[in-house]
Structures are given as structure tokens and as C-alpha cells.
Design a protein around this ligand. Structure first.
Ligand code: DQA
Length: 148
């Protein structure tokens, strides 16, 4: 099983640190990437870390992951609640998928309570702040280890 993990981030997450910090905190996406890279090295994972505001780009990365990756961690951001296309792409991927949200989406507006991506995800992390990324990476490493 490949130890390459794609960590994908959806729209507006490039503005982390500046965007509604009372909800998402003050850490930037660059801070998250730095911490994820350090943890990935510890867990002996190779990491591809991406962010896009464009749905098609996220779909293209999932297609790329299909060929080479052992897992996907994805914060689809607003596409969580709207994108059948991202769900369809994830359904073509045969290895573990972990969905992550910085905020507790279930405590927020009702439209955030439904996730298309959860129909495919093997696990969902929400409301753990940016620490959720670390937890997701640990989980995906465990699932890859278990599969051998
Ligand atoms: C989010 C939650 C989504 O509802 C929202 O659209 C985001 C970020 C989170 O990480 O908490 O952009 O995925």
C-alpha cells in the first residue's frame, strides 16, 4: 500500500488566519502545511498538500491520487455541502478517505449539517480546530499500516 497521502483543501481555506478567525482560528494554511509535513515525516508518509478554490482542480487531484496514493485527507470546505462531483470522484478512489472540518459544522447553520463527502468518507473529524489535520493524518497512517 502506497504511503503517499493527498491532503486536499477546498475554497477559501487559502484565507485561513484572516477569515472569520472566531470560527477558524488564527493559524494560516501555511502553518497547517508545515505542521502536517513534520508529522508526515514522523509517520513515514509522503504528503501532497494542495488547496484550490476551483472544484475541477480538486477533482483532478483525486483522479491523480487514484493512480498513486494510499489515502486522501480532504477538507472540501463549502464543496462539502454542494458537490456531487467531488463525491463521485472520491467513489472512484479505493483507499482510505478522511473528511475534516476545522469547525464543528453540526453546531452551525443547518445547510452545513449535510455532507455529500461523508457518504464516502471512512471517518469524519469536525470541531477540533486545525489540530484535526494532525488527527486525520494519524488515522490515515494507521489505516495504511493496517492494510500493510
Ligand atoms: C469548513 C466548514 C464548511 O462548512 C465551510 O464552508 C468551510 C470550512 C471547516 O473546515 O470548518 O469553508 O470545511
Amino acid at each position: 500500500m502506497s504511503r503517499l497521502v493527498f491532503l486536499l483543501n477546498g475554497p477559501n481555506l487559502n484565507l485561513l488566519g484572516k477569515r472569520q478567525p472566531h470560527i477558524y482560528g488564527y493559524e494560516t494554511l501555511a502553518d497547517i502545511e508545515r505542521d502536517c509535513r513534520a508529522l508526515a515525516a514522523e509517520l513515514k508518509l509522503d504528503l501532497r498538500f494542495h488547496q484550490s478554490n476551483r472544484e475541477y482542480e480538486i477533482i483532478d487531484w483525486i483522479h491523480e491520487a487514484r493512480e498513486i496514493a494510499g489515502g486522501i485527507v480532504i477538507n472540501p470546505a463549502a464543496f462539502t455541502h454542494t458537490s456531487v462531483a467531488i463525491l463521485d470522484a472520491l467513489n472512484t478512489f479505493d483507499a482510505p478517505v478522511i473528511e475534516i472540518h476545522i469547525s464543528n459544522v453540526h453546531k452551525r447553520e443547518e445547510f452545513r449539517h449535510h455532507s455529500f463527502v461523508s457518504l464516502r468518507a471512512d471517518g469524519v473529524i469536525a470541531g477540533f480546530g486545525t489540530q484535526g489535520y494532525q488527527l486525520a493524518l494519524r488515522r490515515v497512517a494507521r489505516l495504511i499500516d493496517d492494510k500493510g
